[in-house]
Design a protein around this ligand. Structure first.
Ligand SMILES: NC(=O)c1ccc[n+]([C@@H]2O[C@H](COP(=O)([O-])OP(=O)(O)OC[C@H]3O[C@@H](n4cnc5c(N)ncnc54)[C@H](OP(=O)(O)O)[C@@H]3O)[C@@H](O)[C@H]2O)c1
Length: 263
């Protein structure tokens, strides 16, 4: 994925993985559109990337959970013909037992992690298909596969991102557009503070740096992996998991209930 005079859109570019994606995409020759709520941080990053790489960088301040604000981003994705890459990275986490959780906070998380990602992908796809090239990267999480107490809503949102991406990959199999799902484990970013979780309680060997996580995600993309799990030593383990799922498929919809359910 190296190109000139093309634009990459990075959501959640003001911090963490999104900032690293923006820097690497600029290094790969892309102009950038950086999206998040914090304008000052986006402007600082944009200035740094412009002076370091000479790329053109636009800042779009938007709360992706706000209907009017996401509409501005969708319009840009629909109409800017230079756009070749969308990194759906903006996201947040919530960790709380569901019975004591705030339903409005869960709905807001679903809006950000699920709805906005779906809307932005829907906005960009027709143009990418028409132009005959394009890449969408959807940031899921290892918690899409590892379900823990207190993580039902977060794991649910990230499970959506994985399933959605895999279904989309089927749909786009014969198209020139690539869609990758990335499932990082714990990465040292602000997301944990924002979610009120102290990362110091995690073993150091379970936490990856932002740079390593994003470098691995790009290596997976360059290798043509549909699903990249940065820390997974053996890709064959993921492939076995997928194969097991596919083994279920022929029997998931049959006229007759399974024998064990019949009297
Ligand atoms: N860090 C991890 O351990 C980890 C592991 C697996 C997956 N992930 C996923 O990786 C992605 C990036 O997370 P991160 O760890 O880099 O977190 P982060 O450092 O907290 O960054 C999150 C980014 O999303 C933006 N954002 C949050 N709410 C937004 C909203 N309503 N509208 C627009 N932008 C919003 C934030 O910017 P503003 O505050 O300026 O809006 C920020 O740029 C997320 O999807 C996360 O779920 C992270």
């Amino acid at each position: 994925m190296t190109t000139q005079n093309k634009t990459a859109v990075v959501t959640g570019a003001s911090a963490g993985l999104g900032t690293a994606y923006a820097q690497r995409l600029a290094d790969r020759g892309y102009d950038l559109i950086l999206v998040a709520r914090n304008t000052a941080r986006l402007e600082t990053l944009a200035a740094d990337i412009r002076s370091r790489t000479g790329r053109a960088v636009d800042v779009v301040t938007a709360d992706l959970t706000d209907a009017a604000q996401i509409a501005v981003v969708e319009e840009r994705l629909r109409t800017d013909e230079s756009i070749a890459v969308l990194i759906n990275n903006a996201g947040a986490a919530l960790f709380a037992p569901l019975a004591s959780s705030d339903a409005a906070a869960s709905a807001a998380l679903i809006n950000l992690n699920v709805t906005s990602l779906t809307r932005l992908t829907t906005a960009v796809l027709p143009g990418l298909i028409a132009r005959g090239h394009g890449t969408v990267v959807n940031i899921s999480s290892a918690l899409a596969l590892n379900f823990l107490p207190g993580g039902s809503v977060y794991s649910g949102t990230k499970g959506y991102v994985l399933t959605y991406t895999q279904a989309l990959q089927q749909e786009l199999a014969d198209s020139p557009v690539t869609v990758q799902a990335v499932l990082p484990g714990a990465v040292r970013t602000e997301i944990w503070d924002r979610a009120g979780v102290d990362l110091s309680g995690f073993p150091d060997e379970a936490i990856m740096s932002v740079d390593d996580a994003v470098d691995a995600a790009f290596a997976g993309l360059d290798a043509g992996e549909p699903v990249t799990i940065p820390s997974l030593p053996e890709i064959s383990d993921w492939e076995s998991y997928e194969k097991a799922r596919q083994t279920l498929v022929p029997n998931l919809s049959l006229r007759v209930p399974a024998a064990r359910y019949r009297g």
